[in-house]
Design a binder for this molecule. Structure first.
Ligand code: R5P
Length: 266
């Protein structure tokens, strides 16, 4: 791997631990003003100290985030659809030149395996991997799932492995039972999980714990952080699981603001 590519990746996934807490706030690119992100800066800026990287679009970055921010940017470079239409119908919206101008540490797009525009979304990934390889910018592939697709290990391993074979440097997918099979399918490529729709904090922490235990490199969580009643404590709790091997109980204590337990992994 080229020096620049390795250096950018190391800004996102801690090279000492192989772990990462990414904050995903790119939802507006197809969902519009998602609950919690109406004023994106107000929500995101207080969370930045606890995130290893920020997943965001160029428009949101330029509108709501100060350029003095020093966290690595994982730039969403795809779009072109909305929740009102077929979700798999994405194109690449952001040029490699603009990604470089923004100083992106990685680029990201979604891949819709089994979706109506499966081939086009895989071609989008191939395009940004080719461009990223030319300039040393790694690519995070997001395995997006259609409404009708089951999020099980068989499907997610299929979708994630395709992303790896196309050349993705990181894969973001959903947690499922037998998640180790998804991780195994990705070889040396780090796998991080999305949070998905808002669930109870305890459940989101359990999911993070189980994902890391099954070999995930961490999380790329959005709604379960910024839609939480206490987003700062929630990201701190997730961080404890990913970076400090905290048990779910300990992470819950952190979320609830109580005295931390001395317990470690269950
Ligand atoms: C979806 O394609 C976007 O990449 C979101 O950023 C992603 O779903 C992660 O956010 P959440 O944890 O809210 O699912």
């Amino acid at each position: 791997m080229d020096w620049g590519m390795m250096n950018r990746l190391s800004r996102i996934v801690n090279p000492k631990t192989g772990r990462c807490v990414m904050l995903a706030v790119d939802h507006g690119y197809f969902q519009g003003p998602t609950t919690g992100l109406e004023n994106l800066g107000k929500t995101v800026n207080p969370l930045l100290p606890y995130a290893d990287a920020l997943m965001i679009t160029r428009g949101a970055l330029r509108n709501w985030i100060q350029p003095q921010m020093t966290k690595p940017v994982v730039l969403r470079v795809s779009g072109g659809q909305s929740i009102l239409k077929e979700l798999s119908n994405e194109v690449i919206t952001t040029s490699i030149e603009d990604a470089i101008r923004i100083n992106a540490s990685a680029m990201t797009c979604s891949v819709y395996v089994g979706g109506e525009y499966e081939k086009e979304s895989i071609a989008n990934l191939a395009k940004i991997v080719n461009e990223g390889e030319a300039y040393g910018i790694p690519v995070l592939a997001v395995t997006a799932v259609g409404k009708e697709l089951t999020r099980d290990a068989r499907y997610l391993a299929l979708a994630s492995r395709i992303c790896v074979e196309i050349g993705a440097h990181m894969v973001k997918t959903y947690y499922c039972e037998d998640f180790q099979k998804v991780v195994e399918a990705c070889g040396k490529v780090p796998v991080i999980i999305a949070g998905g729709k808002k669930i109870k904090e305890k459940e989101a922490l359990e999911m993070s714990f189980n994902a890391v235990k099954a070999g995930a490199a961490g999380v790329d969580m959005g709604r379960n952080v910024f839609q939480s009643e206490d987003p700062i404590r929630m990201i701190q709790a997730v961080r404890a699981i990913v970076h400090e091997e905290a048990s779910v109980e300990r992470a819950l204590q952190i979320y609830e603001g109580g005295k931390q337990l001395s317990g470690s992994r269950a």
